[in-house]
Ligand binder design. Structure first.
Ligand code: ZN
Length: 293
């Protein structure tokens, strides 16, 4: 690998960590503060953060995960999301098939490649924010999922406007994936009166269908239920062990009531399923044979 390519990879990773830093702020301030932008400060001592305290990942390490003013512990979420976004940006960049070709640098300056990569970065950035937000609030904000759906549809439709060899080559079956996945969740939402699934999951599934197409979309959906079931089993096992060892008596009331009936945010499972289906080009149950895709 030439020096230029390594430099490019590092630059993409660093860009990703910076965007990740921004996504952290968006996911925490969305709906709470009317302004997502604006200077950052410590939530406890209100000490303004200087530029040296705002460097992705490195600041967390230098500050040893504490506020310089009052020693308030900084959440592991910050460096974790920054690194995850950096890795995701790099993977999306590499995942375009041209990334492995010899005339790599030449290919990269093509409009196709740049446009594809930027659109994919934006779409997946929305998914990161939705992931974190749903984890904390157990709800998916309409505005975020709407924007995500628009961008995904845009990625889907772009090859119709420019001759692109990188962008997802969608067929009619693929455009149906979004609506199909939407109605799948809508059905569960409707018959359970919103107890099993939120309507937000249905809206998210619509965008994921547009982003992934039919085969990978359905694969992501199936996978999300597997991941969900696995995590639910882990939680049940954890509760069981706590009861066995009598640890549960020392727990606060809120934690004790955590059972399988507890509301579990589903968006993270859907997004993890989508991530796996996308990068491994998953084709569960070999659906492509059935539809001749
Ligand atoms: Zn502080």
């Amino acid at each position: 690998m030439s020096t230029e390519i390594i430099f490019m990879f590092v630059a993409v990773f660093l860009l990703g960590t910076s965007i990740g830093s921004f996504l952290n702020v968006v996911s925490l301030r969305f709906g709470v503060s009317s302004f997502v932008t604006g200077s950052s400060e410590c939530p406890k001592c209100k000490k303004g953060l200087r530029w040296i305290e705002l460097i992705p990942v490195l600041s967390f390490i230098f500050l040893k995960g504490q506020c310089r003013g009052c020693g308030l512990k900084i959440s592991w979420q910050y460096p974790l999301v920054e690194v995850a976004t950096g890795v995701l940006f790099l993977l999306l960049f590499l995942f375009q098939k041209s990334a492995f070709q010899i005339d790599y640098l030449h290919q990269m300056i093509s409009v196709d490649f740049i446009l594809t990569t930027i659109l994919l970065w934006i779409s997946w950035s929305f998914l990161i924010v939705i992931f974190i937000y749903d984890l904390y609030h157990k709800i998916i904000p309409d505005r975020l999922v709407f924007l995500f759906t628009i961008f995904s549809l845009f990625i889907f439709a772009t090859p119709l406007f420019i001759e692109s060899e990188f962008l997802f080559q969608g067929s009619f079956v693929d455009i149906m994936a979004g609506p199909l996945m939407f109605f799948f969740f809508f059905f569960f939402w409707f018959i359970s009166g919103g107890r099993w699934m939120g309507l937000g999951d249905a809206k998210l599934a619509l965008g994921l269908g547009f982003l992934l197409g039919f085969v990978q979309g359905i694969s992501a959906l199936v996978l999300s239920f597997w991941i969900g079931a696995f995590i639910a089993l882990l939680i049940l096992l954890f509760i069981r062990l706590q009861v066995m060892f009598g640890v549960d008596k020392q727990l606060p009331e809120q934690q004790k009531r955590l059972t399988i009936k507890s509301e579990i945010p589903f968006a993270p499972f859907l997004i993890l399923g989508a991530l796996t289906a996308y990068f491994f080009s998953l084709d569960l149950m070999n659906l492509s044979i059935l539809f001749g895709a």
